[in-house]
Structure formats: structure tokens, C-alpha cells
Design a protein around this ligand. Structure first.
Ligand SMILES: [Zn+2]
Length: 453
């Protein structure tokens, strides 16, 4: 049959946190291969080896023509580090086009401004971390750890030099110039007819407020108890990223008595100080520093929120594949207000109603799938893919990351009639009967889903 389109979506199994998806579109006369993200959280030798296996597989699939399109959603290692680990392999496979978000565009004034604000927050947290280095109080350990994870240059996930290098590589590797996407654009997949496949760009929003807003409001999350923990973060972040001139934050100098000045204190002040020190609840500095920990975590969420979000429309089939990277609440919330620029726009209701493949946001965390949006994904063929592995050390440690969040997982399970594919094979097999015949292939290296009609 003329123009019959086959779409294959291959989720590579990193056996740790990390996204790497290969989409292959084939209409019998032409084919196009799109790689969305390729990264690992740990960046260990095992991860590096895995990328070798993955690029070998990609080379086999795409052949001498190379990869038609690479999409990198946001600057976290678990989405980008593979481009650095396996850069030689990607170079030799060949890449035609790269899509990045407008936030990676060095000629975009708003992107530069947001980048500068982000750097300021990072620098501030780094200076707090520096000051904490010599303070070995036990109570500070979790704060120190959170800061280490987020703003330490050498940390796995946020090594800026590492993701920076990967981004730079992606800016240079394509035979065509990089395209920086903005919400509202409708673009074609290279080497594939736009009568068959169109990409609708949903995020990241071109609006500072939405990017900063990372937590769900009332009714936007399935796991409300988790969102309420982070209730005040957005406000705190606003306060910190403001151009505060006050170096004495949180307290002005005139309200402070310097300990180094103690020998000059009056008898009263000294007595007061001794009294205060007897009662630990009066030690306000610890409370203040725990806010620094929250900021550190928030900085992470903020980067998630810069995710490039793409809806691939399979035009003739009236079906949509939704790839949201790690987009959080503000990114999801912005989509309904998009002012569509290209030909053949579709409203958000249609895009969500026609979604048959959902790449679950942020490895299934509670604030990266909007309840209001998932409620509107009503297609009977809906399946969900979660790049998460229950054996990942982040999910087995004492205070595990809640991935996937329990109530979200339940909702997905119901919506998809059990058709959830995770990196851990067992979970896929358990619900195998609900998948269409031959639509799902489970291999040690990948899980692949095929859409034909
Ligand atoms: Zn991620």
C-alpha cells in the first residue's frame, strides 16, 4: 500500500537512570531515524560500555546514510552524556540535523538572560557550599550532600563542563546547521514527507515564570503529598534569583553580633548568647541552610523544566507520540496557551487525545506528568514508556527517589490498560497480554514498540 507508515520506537536499556530513544519512520519509499537523547546518570565505565553497544546497534539500523536527526531535550547528563562518551562513534555514524531548544541558542537574548540568572543561583549555592566545607556539624551533612550533588563541578549529573561539551559537539556534528526550536513551531522530520510526520513543538515555554515554576498546583499532580513537601520552593527561588544586592542575606549586619567580637560584648549580651545557645531551636542558621538544600534541589528541577517537548504527529493515522524529556509543571501548564505558527496546527486537546505513545516525564517522578494533561490522553491505544530501572542505586538507597511515583504509576497503568514498558524487563513481560500482537519486542539491549495502523 502506498504511503503506509511504520513507526518503531526503541527505548535503550541503560540499566540506570537515562533516556535514549531511537524513532524509525518508514513509508516503504523512504525512511528517517531520529535519536531523542542519549545519556546516563552515573557515567561509570559500565555506562560507557553500554553506549558502545547502543551506538553499534544504532549504526546497524541507520546504515551508511547515518542518523537523520538528533534531538537533545535538556542539559542533564542522564540525557546527554552519551554524546560525549561515544562522540567518536556518532561522528563516524554521521548525523544530518540536530534540534536543540531555543535555550541553547547563543543568539537568543532571552536565553542568554535566563542563562545568566541560572549561573547566579549556581554561584550563590557554590559559595554557600564553600563556606560549609569547614563546618563539619553532623546536622549539616544532608545539606552538604545536596549541594555537592547539584553544584559540585565534578558531580555526575550536573557536570556543566560535561554536558557543555556534549552540547558543543551536537552544535557541530550535523551536516546541516542546528535548528533551535521554539514552542508553536511545526517542523518536518528530515527525509520524511510532512504529509506523513510532523513535529509540533510544545516546550520549553518562552516565559521565565513558567520555566521557573516546577511544582504542580492543586489538581495537577497524582501524588499530592509529594508536591506539598516542595510547596514554597517557587517563592524561595524567586527571592534568591532576584538581583539581591544584600550580601548579608538572610540577615542584615546591623542585626548581627560577630562571634569574633565576643570579647567586646557587654555582660548582658554575653549572658543572652549563653542562654540562647543552651536551646538548640534558637540556632536559626541551620534552618536557613536547609533552605539552601531546597534551592539546590530546585536548581535541578529548573533544568528539567527547560526540556524540549515534541509531539510527533503521524498525520494519516491521526496518532501522536509525545516526548516530554523531564518537563515539570510549568512547562506542561504553558502548552494550552501556545500561539501556533506553522501550517496545519492542531490544538492541545487534539494532540493529547491522539497521543498513543507517551514517554513518561522525568523517569516517572510526581511533578513531571500533569494530571490535567494525562486526563486528556484518552486514546484506547495509549502506551507509556518509562526509562527507569528499579535496581538503580538512586531508587534503592535509604531515601530513594520516588520514581515512578506510586499514584502516577497507578493512573498510567489504568489509562494504558497495563501497557507500561519500563527498562526492567520483568515489568514489561508481566502485562504482555495487553499489548497488540507483535507490537512489542523485548531484547536485553532495548524495548521496542511498533505502530503500523
Ligand atoms: Zn532525566
Amino acid at each position: 500500500m502506498n504511503n503506509a507508515l511504520t513507526t518503531k520506537i526503541r527505548m535503550y536499556r541503560l540499566h540506570e537512570l537515562g533516556d535514549c530513544f531511537l524513532l524509525s519512520f518508514n513509508d516503504t519509499t523512504s525512511e528517517s531515524h531520529v535519536l531523542i537523547d542519549c545519556g546516563s546518570f552515573r557515567n561509570s565505565n559500565a555506562s560507557s560500555k553500554k553506549f558502545k553497544e547502543i551506538t553499534r546497534d544504532i549504526r546497524k539500523i541507520v546504515g551508511p546514510k547515518g542518523i537523520d536527526l538528533i534531538v537533545a531535550t535538556h542539559q542533564h547528563n542522564d540525557h546527554m552524556s552519551g554524546f560525549q562518551h561515544a562522540r567518536k562513534d556518532f561522528e563516524s555514524i554521521g548525523v544530518e540535523q540536530v534540534f536543540l531548544s531555543w535555550l541553547d541558542d547563543e543568539n537568543d537574548a532571552l536565553a542568554l538572560d535566563i542563562g545568566e540568572q541560572h549561573n547566579k543561583v549556581t554561584r550563590r549555592l557554590q559559595s554557600i557550599r564553600g563556606r560549609l566545607k569547614s563546618d563539619r556539624r553532623k546536622e549539616l551533612a544532608p545539606i552538604r550532600m545536596a549541594l555537592d550533588e547539584v553544584v559540585d563541578e565534578r558531580s555526575f549529573e550536573i557536570d556543566h563542563s560535561f554536558t557543555g561539551k556534549a552540547t558543543q559537539f551536537l552544535k557541530e556534528v550535523g551536516t546541516r546547521p542546528v535548528q533551535y526550536l521554539r514552542p508553536g513551531q511545526i517542523v518536518k522530520v528530515p527525509n520524511m514527507s510532512e504529509d506523513l510526520v510532523r513535529i509540533h513543538v510544545l516546550g520549553p515555554p518562552r516565559n521565565y515564570k513558567d520555566i521557573r515554576s516546577t511544582n504542580p498546583r492543586k489538581g495537577e499532580s497524582y501524588d499530592r503529598h509529594l508536591s506539598s513537601i516542595l510547596f514554597s520552593i517557587d517563592e524561595l527561588n524567586n527571592a534568591l534569583s532576584d538581583q539581591r544586592a544584600d550580601p548579608n542575606f538572610p540577615f542584615n549586619d546591623k542585626f548581627k553580633e560577630k562571634l569574633s567580637n565576643k570579647k567586646n560584648w557587654s555582660k548582658d549580651t554575653l549572658a543572652q548568647w549563653k542562654d540562647y545557645n543552651k536551646e538548640s531551636w534558637r540556632n536559626i542558621d541551620l534552618d536557613w541552610l536547609s533552605i539552601a538544600k531546597r534551592f539546590a534541589l530546585h536548581l535541578n528541577s529548573y533544568t528539567n523544566n527547560t526540556s524540549l517537548v515534541l509531539a510527533f504527529e503521524l498525520v494519516k493515522l491521526k496518532k501522536v507520540l509525545l516526548f516530554v524529556g523531564d518537563a515539570q509543571a510549568g512547562n506542561w501548564r504553558s502548552w494550552d496557551a501556545i500561539d501556533w505558527k506553522g501550517d496545519h496546527p492542531l490544538d492541545m486537546d487534539t494532540l493529547l487525545r491522539n497521543t498513543v505513545f507517551y514517554k513518561v516525564g522525568h523517569h516517572g517522578s510526581h511533578n513531571a506528568t500533569s494530571k490535567k494533561a494525562l486526563d486528556r490522553m484518552t486514546h484506547e491505544d495509549l502506551v507509556a514508556f518509562i526509562p527507569v530501572n528499579k535496581k538503580d542505586p538512586n531508587l534503592t538507597k535509604k531515601n530513594p527517589w520516588r520514581m515512578p511515583a506510586k499514584n502516577l504509576y497507578k493512573a498510567l497503568d489504568k489509562k494504558t490498560k497495563g501497557r507500561i514498558a519500563r527498562m526492567d524487563e520483568g515489568k514489561v513481560q508481566r502485562k504482555k497480554n495487553n499489548w497488540k500482537a507483535r507490537s512489542l519486542k523485548v531484547d536485553p539491549l532495548f524495548v521496542e514498540y511498533t505502530i503500523k495502523d
